[in-house]
Design a protein. Structure first.
Length: 201
């Protein structure tokens, strides 16, 4: 069968139309996948990073206000610091519960370790606050000693597990970001390849 110029042009244009249609479909599919990946980053690793940052602030604020309650003798200021400690304790529970919802095994493991260290730390902190509320020279001395010995050890374990949790969340964010970049690169190369074929034709 002889291919006339008219037939060749028809075949070439048909192929171009097919390639254009294929490129459009691939572009839409990949844009949808990228949109899903970005949404996953926002709702997953990025949200965890924000929550873990707020969790770190809550822990450090609780520790700082505990020290302030010990060092002050003004009853009103002591009450203010105690209230701040308990407010931050509640924030810790709320933020940890949010991070627990993540299905990443590494994050699940680290948040479990963090939560396992919370009860001992809080128990000692409550004893310190009770002594600070008594607000006598002897009770303040005892509160300071308890905070600097058992309290420091418990806080150290808590902060270590918190650091491990933050590292796991940062690793998860980096991995998700890398996966998204690879998906973008694949989509770009696919479209550029199809465009090159069209130009050759």
């Amino acid at each position: 069968m002889r291919f006339t110029i008219k037939l060749k042009l028809a075949l070439a244009f048909s192929l171009l139309i097919l390639l254009s249609t294929g490129m459009s479909v691939m572009a839409i599919m990949n844009l949808s996948s990228l949109n899903t990946a970005i949404t996953d980053i926002i709702q997953g690793p990025a949200a965890n990073l924000r929550n873990s940052s707020d969790l770190s602030d809550a822990v450090l604020n609780a520790i700082r206000n505990e020290k302030n309650a010990i060092l002050n003798t003004d009853p009103k200021l002591v009450d203010t610091f105690v209230t701040e400690v308990r407010s931050n304790q509640q924030k810790i529970e709320t933020l940890a519960a949010k991070i627990q919802l993540d299905q990443n095994p590494g994050i699940q493991s680290k948040i479990t370790e963090f939560l396992a260290n919370v009860p001992a730390w809080r128990q000692i902190q409550e004893r310190v606050l009770k002594l600070a509320i008594e607000n006598t020279d002897e009770s303040n001395r005892m509160a300071g000693e308890l905070s600097m010995s058992q309290g420091r050890a418990a806080a150290g374990e808590l902060l270590k597990s918190l650091g491990d949790l933050n590292d796991a969340i940062a690793t998860d964010l980096a991995a998700t970001d890398n996966s998204t970049n690879q998906q973008y690169a694949f989509s770009r190369n696919l479209l550029l390849g199809a465009l090159a074929i069209m130009l050759v034709l």
